[in-house]
Design a protein around this ligand. Sequence first.
Ligand SMILES: Cc1cc2nc3c(=O)[nH]c(=O)nc-3n(C[C@H](O)[C@H](O)[C@H](O)COP(=O)(O)OP(=O)(O)OC[C@H]3O[C@@H](n4cnc5c(N)ncnc54)[C@H](O)[C@@H]3O)c2cc1C
Length: 189
Amino acid sequence: MFDIVIVGAGPAGGSAALFAAKAGKKTLLIDNDKSMTKRAWMENHYGIMEISGPDLIETGKKQAAKFGAELVEDQVINVKKTEQGLVVETAEKGSFEAKHVILATGAVVALAEEIGVKTKDGTEPRIKTVVDVDAQGKTNIEGIWAAGTCAGVSVHTIITAGDGAKVAINVISELNGERYVDHDVLKTN
Ligand SMILES: Cc1cc2nc3c(=O)[nH]c(=O)nc-3n(C[C@H](O)[C@H](O)[C@H](O)COP(=O)(O)OP(=O)(O)OC[C@H]3O[C@@H](n4cnc5c(N)ncnc54)[C@H](O)[C@@H]3O)c2cc1C
């Protein structure tokens, strides 16, 4: 049973996986390798002078893996409610049980629509439909959350990555029963 399964390893999902794994949560990141960010070149991501989309994604996945997140390359085809929580089904690599699922599927909401997650009209350029989430990132289905472009935030890496982190922190806080903060302190001699 994973604490958190994240669908989509773009900036939103990768960032969510990093926070979840670093918080000690059993984390799985599933991605079908169709990120729009793979075509991007960034000169507006705060703290980074310039970076290619593929490098940003690969670094993010490595950061998440460093803290124990498991990565699977596959298409998620279904997410079902069970008595214990949720089951995430993939096209080729089987099913995974989860307490919580974060959808971070970018411009694509096909999976959300397929599994009965409520959607609404998008507001950002070229993003027609997004998942209907509350301020926390919760959808209409208990245990299923959404983050990043698919949750309707502005389509920029700094924002989608931040939104993934925000939603992960909310899930971690719910699992812990108290608000969670992840602060490492600068070591001094
Ligand atoms: C050409 C281009 C240039 C850009 N330039 C900039 C820029 O200069 N600065 C900037 O800030 N932003 C830029 N962006 C935007 C940036 O890419 C997005 O803002 C942001 O990174 C999207 O992040 P995301 O995680 O929400 O989505 P994505 O990066 O698209 O990630 C979503 C992931 O979910 C996966 N997925 C979807 N459905 C499933 C499923 N059913 N099963 C498994 N996996 C699934 C996809 O394969 C994908 O990997 C650019 C975008 C493009 C296309």
